[in-house]
Every structure is written in C-alpha cells, then in structure tokens.
Write a protein that binds this ligand. Structure first.
Ligand code: ATP
Ligand code: MG
Length: 334
C-alpha cells in the first residue's frame, strides 16, 4: 500500500427513482479513499448499498450527487478518449461467475472478448499466447481454453472470471462478493489467488462482502456500510481489535469462533429487528432503530463522520462529546 490515492469517493449519493415519485436512497453520502496497491474491504448486510457503490464507481450508474475521482479525474464526466483508458484500467469481478460468463462461448472467446473490443492485439497468435498466460496466472491451463463454462466447477469458473478481468491489464478491480457463492474451502483458494495476483501485478482492490469473516484476510482497510451510509472505516486489524460502532460490534460478534469453549461462553450481540427500508430511512442515525445503546439524540441528529483516532473514522453519537456529556449510559456492550 502506498500513500497515492488512486480512488477518491466524495460525499457520493445514488438514489433510485421508483414509481409514484418514491425515492430509494441506496447510497446516501459516503466518502472514502482507496490507496494504490491496497485492498479496501466494503462490508454490510444485504441491501446496504455495496453493489450500488461499486457500480457507481465504475460508471455503470451516474451519481445522484457527490464525486468519484479516479487518478484525480471525475469518472462521471470523462471524455470519450478518457473513457477508453478508464474502462481498461478498472474492471469488475462478480459474485456469480456462471451468470456473468456467456454459456455459449469458450473460455478463449470469453477472455478474448475485451481484448478484441479494445483492439489490443493485431496478431492472433500473440493474443492466444496472452490468453494462455492469463489462464496460467489464475491457476488454470491452456487445455481449458476450448472448453465451455458449464464444464468447470464454481471455483474454476471464478478463476475464468478473474482471467477475463485481467485481460486488459487493469490497475483497479472491484470484486463484488467474488467468493460468496463458493464452498468455504474454495473461498480461501480464491482469496489466495487474488492476493498473489495483487502482488505480481500491483493491483488495487475494492473487495465487497456481506460479512467480516473472510474480508479480514485480504483487506488492508475496511469500511462498514449500513443502509446506504458508511458507519465506520479503519485498518483491518484495528477494526477487529477495537470496533467502535455498535453495528460493527454486532457484525463481528456474528462471526463464529472455532474454539467451542470460547464460543459457548461468549456473549453474542444480536441486532434486533428488520433492516428498515431505504425508501423511508429512520430520522437521525439510520441504525438507531436497531441499536442496543441508542440515546435520545440519535433520533433527531445525524451523527457526523469523524476521525476519532488516527485513521479510524466512525459516525456515531457515542463518540460525540457534546452529546455523551449529559448521558451516563455510554458503556458499549460487546
Ligand atoms: N437498479 C435499481 N433500481 C432500484 N433499486 C435498486 C437498484 N439497484 C439496487 N437497488 C436497491 O438499492 C439498495 C441497495 O442495493 P445493493 O444491491 O447496492 O445492496 P448490496 O449491499 O449490494 O446487497 P447484497 O448484499 O444483497 O448484494 C437495495 O434496497 C436495492 O433494492
Ligand atoms: Mg450486492
């Protein structure tokens, strides 16, 4: 990880216009940076806006407000020429490799498609060599080139998806739950492959996941989202050691501990109730309706995004001295 900001997300909002004039606030004012060479983990429950964030960053969606800067340039206002190099530099890997790979194309065709769309190789032989090389890079081999996606296991299909994402030699990859559909044993293999490729090719990742268990093995820093908001952001180790937001604490306590004695004695923090609708989010802090330590102020005031310790950001009134000074129940349960 370097201190070069490859991506800057500034107060980004993405609202969807629904029928009858309703507005769904999928992403509601989030800010974070991703440094070159790092893996930034983005976690949160289903529907909290992770994929929408990824899709808005890569330009599949326009932003409702705020900015996404890639190498200092606003990705939503690129010229046609700038778009070409942007789409080479940023790629996406999806949760379900089967759905994202054309079942009627061979592996060779699947990997060749982006190369041909960008006129990368005039010489077919050179292109074929590059495809073979990519297959080897992702732990497959050249014999796989003429097969179809259905002939592969889930883990192998994800390897094909990764090879395709690498076809244009990108710098930045958004991996949207790339391991969620795989068996646990295969998950670790894919995570290790992504790590290896990162080292070899100097890649930067935005790694999206819905729980914290695998993310810690791959991420340098982690951002936690809840109902379209970023609630906490810090280095991975720090997040596990010292989670500040009650929602992060709950997510962490949901991860099983392999030792049954510890697991039996441990107090679980279970979040009560259903996740509210992003069409009609709670006033004040969006987490307050499920927060075990919510205070009066949480209903009326939106918590500010605040750097409470170096590189540790949180949006929670518990860490706002103005609010907690009149309140004696500030002890945070684990
Ligand atoms: N194209 C769309 N039109 C309308 N609403 C959408 C659209 N895409 C997403 N949403 C809504 O925006 C919210 C955020 O969805 P998103 O897919 O970003 O969540 P997510 O965190 O990726 O969830 P998951 O873990 O299930 O993938 C959800 O309420 C979803 O229903
Ligand atoms: Mg998603």
């Amino acid at each position: 990880m370097t201190n070069h900001k490859l991506l800057e997300v500034k107060e980004l909002k993405k609202y969807f216009q629904l029928e009858k004039g309703k507005i769904l606030k999928a992403v509601d004012c989030i800010s974070f940076d991703i440094y070159k060479g790092e893996t930034f983990g983005l976690v949160g429950e289903s529907g909290c806006g992770k994929s929408t964030t990824g899709r808005t960053i890569i330009g599949l969606y326009d932003s409702t407000d705020g900015e996404v800067l890639y190498e200092g340039k606003n990705v939503h206002t690129l010229s046609e020429k700038e778009k070409l190099s942007f789409y080479r530099s940023m790629q996406m890997i999806f949760q379900d490799p089967y759905a994202s790979l054309n079942p009627r194309s061979t592996v060779r065709e699947i990997i060749a498609e982006p190369m041909e769309a960008h006129n990368l190789y005039r010489d077919k032989k050179e292109q074929m060599e590059r495809i073979y090389q990519l297959l080897e890079d992702v732990g497959l081999n050249r014999d796989h080139a003429n097969r179809y996606p259905h002939e592969f296991s889930g883990g192998q299909r994800q390897r094909i998806g990764i090879a395709r994402a690498l076809a244009l030699n990108p710098d930045f990859i958004i991996a949207d739950e790339p391991i969620s559909a795989l068996d646990v044993s295969v998950q670790a293999q894919i995570v290790n492959l992504l790590k290896k490729l990162q080292k070899e090719k100097g890649l930067t990742y935005l790694f999206i996941a819905h729980d914290l268990s695998m993310v810690k093995h791959i991420s340098n820093r982690i951002g936690v989202m809840y109902l379209g908001h970023m609630v906490e952001l810090t280095e991975s180790k720090e997040l596990y050691k010292k989670p500040l937001h009650p929602y992060t604490q709950a997510l962490l306590s949901a991860i099983p501990i392999p030792d049954p004695d510890v697991e039996d004695e441990r107090e679980r923090m279970i979040i009560q109730g259903e996740i509210p609708s992003p069409i009609n989010p709670p006033s004040g802090c969006v987490f307050r309706t499920r927060c075990p330590v919510a205070m009066e102020a949480c209903a009326s005031l939106k918590p500010k995004w605040k750097e409470v310790e170096e590189q540790h950001f949180v949006a929670c009134h518990l860490y706002d001295n103005e609010i907690t000074k009149d309140h004696d129940e500030v002890a945070v349960t684990k």
